[in-house]
Design a protein around this ligand. Sequence first.
Ligand code: GTP
Ligand code: MG
Length: 409
Amino acid sequence: MEDLRLDSLPGVGPVTTKKLSDAGIHNVMDLIVRGPVEIAEITGMDKDTADNIVEKARQCLVEGGMISKDFVSATEIYKRRQQIGKITTGTECLDLLLDGGLETQGLTEVYGEFGSGKTQFCHTMCVTVQKPKEEGGLDGTVLYIDTENTFRPERIVSIAKAFGMDPEKALDRIMVARAYNSSHQTLILEESSQMIRENNIKLLIVDSAVGLFRAEYLGRGTLSVRQQRLNKFVHLLVRIAETYNCAALATNQVMASPDVFFGDPTRPIGGNVVAHTSTYRIYFKKSGKKRIARMVDSPHHPEQEVIFGLGEAGVIDPDSETKKKSIMTPKSSKVEAVKPEVKVEPKSDSSVDAGSKTEDIPKVKVEPKSDSSVDAGSKTEDIPKVKVESKTDSVDADAKIEDIPEDSE
Ligand code: GTP
Ligand code: MG
């Protein structure tokens, strides 16, 4: 790591080095992660100087083969993607949904209502990432940013025991940072680079990513500031994941929107900012004692749903009968696929959160007959004809619940 020292850059002397390290920039990689605009802002240096330093940092890292050049061949991208690691969820069903597990170099957002298992999923991943590679882990450690004070070491102990791992060692390999407000949450992430590098951190968890921002920026007037700050936080998360080849996992609550007449009246709080940045989005939904996970947005996973459970071992596979069903019933509703085309104004007003207009999904009825009348631009090839209905009964996520055997609360 010697060659990553700030003073190894041409033209960066002790004064600049001090200025940068006072601002929390400790090495060349930090310069890239934070970018020139922010560097100028936090150090007080002018934008041109900051641009210049960041450009030198970039060249240095390109030469060292640590980041890719501006123009890279598809082969190089392919090679870099080959380095992507996958972390097993410890369950067959969620591994199936994620095509092997949680990916490094990307951000996975899990959103869902309270008690849907987001925190339990985070706890489980804290343990599975520590497993050796042959068992689906990355033999790595975890940085857990806890914004809701819901991290429970006892849960780690029981999950580790369930996997036959040493609970003490498992606890030792999880660093927990409790964030008290949204600025603190961002600061923790900004300062995390060194720790990530030195501790072989392979999983970065933020549970919840949005909660503090939501609590602090109330009302419509503060919405744009909130989205801007949240945007910065989430982008930093993605950049860190890409730079250090670790997986980022962020949770997000959903808000009930009584003014949404159609579709599932819940949607992620972060709205568009989080949605557009995360590489994968998974929606967790309660269904009695079972839980449903749906892959909502992914560049290369099929849209499908699986059923899972919660137990001593964290997230668990459902009993075999349900499992069979969950695997045999890939997601049939194409609600997400037609989202952008359906233009029905569900006369929403006021309380609607964030710029999440695309989340105002009207209820669509999926008909098996395929027909060309649906617009282009949607992700799936076989788009069924959609019909907009103004009824409140559910077709989308809820339709799947009926597939689950009765054993609810
Ligand atoms: P919020 O943070 O409130 O939005 O919810 P969440 O999605 O994070 O929910 P969380 O992961 O905390 O899930 C809570 C649920 O997990 C509880 O309702 C329990 O059903 C289940 N759960 C938690 N711990 C245990 C446990 O030790 N054993 C079992 N069987 N279930 C547990
Ligand atoms: Mg939680």
